[in-house]
Design a protein around this ligand. Structure first.
Ligand code: FPP
Length: 247
């Protein structure tokens, strides 16, 4: 049994390996993603059971648009299917849904589904479940910098009224907190990042937030990521010593 004290507060997951799992099992890629979607359901439930407070899953990167249009539309259809079939239960379990990424540029039905999930669960105060979709870490940081600069300009009194000296001095004072508060969501940094499928890279995921995260790489493909495998990853995390740069 896992002791609750050292359970990571925020777990972020790079769900990798749906395609390889499908090939291995002689199934279509979309069958692989469908099997992956079923694992998402379980991981949400298991996170809640374990006492994880924030769960963020990487469902679709900005780069994933380079895949075939059939695969891309299939993944977004699965997101709609997930919301349609799971939203009632998610709501009843007090889960609060969030989205990280630019959802203005995803197919409209997926954006509408996700907004429905966000609105319906807005007042829940249990597990926060974030879906990173059309998400890129560099884009998030760039956007945060742009928004922070806009805030400064607005504070000073609008673009026309600005005097160069005070603008420059405010811009030079930009700090980490100014950027942090302009990220897609106000969430704590992940304590644990899990990537499945044996690949060991970050793929533009939460670049700002993972500065001191622990990483666990599981060899299983995402459709094989059972609650048991999840608990094993958390056990591995618990054996880490986190020093955040100190001795
Ligand atoms: C990575 O596997 C997986 C994806 C790019 C898509 C993940 C999407 C889902 C699990 C569907 C629904 C999501 C939610 C949140 C309901 P891959 O295709 O890159 O695998 P490969 O590297 O083996 O080809």
């Amino acid at each position: 049994m896992l002791d609750t004290e050292s359970i990571p507060k925020h777990v972020a997951i790079i769900m990798d390996g749906n395609g390889r799992w499908a090939r291995q099992n002689k199934l279509s890629i979309l069958r692989g993603h469908n099997a992956g979607m079923l694992r998402v359901k379980e991981v949400v439930k298991e996170s809640d059971r374990l006492g994880v407070k924030y769960l963020t899953v990487y469902a679709f990167s900005t780069e994933n648009f380079k895949r075939s249009s059939e695969e891309v539309s299939g993944i977004f259809s699965l997101v709609c299917k997930f919301v349609d079939s799971e939203l009632d239960e998610i709501f009843e379990n007090n889960v609060k849904v969030g989205v990280l990424g630019d959802i203005d540029k995803i197919p409209e039905n997926a954006a509408v589904s996700l907004k429905r999930a966000i609105d319906r669960t807005a007042n829940n105060d249990g597990l926060v479940f974030n879906v990173a979709i059309n998400y890129g870490g560099r884009a998030e940081i760039t956007r945060a910098a742009r928004l922070a600069c806009k805030e400064i300009i607005n504070d000073i009194g609008g673009a026309d009224a600005i005097d160069r000296k005070s603008l420059l001095s405010r811009l030079c004072d930009l700090n980490e907190a100014d950027l942090s508060k302009n990220m897609y969501a106000d969430i704590p940094d992940p304590d644990l990042v899990i990537r499945t499928s044996g690949e060991e890279r970050i793929s533009n995921f939460l670049l700002w937030q993972i500065a001191y995260s622990e990483f666990v790489f599981a060899k299983e493909y995402w459709p094989e990521f059972t609650p048991d495998v999840y608990r094993r990853c958390i056990e591995e995390y618990k054996n880490r010593q986190r020093r955040f740069g100190s001795r």
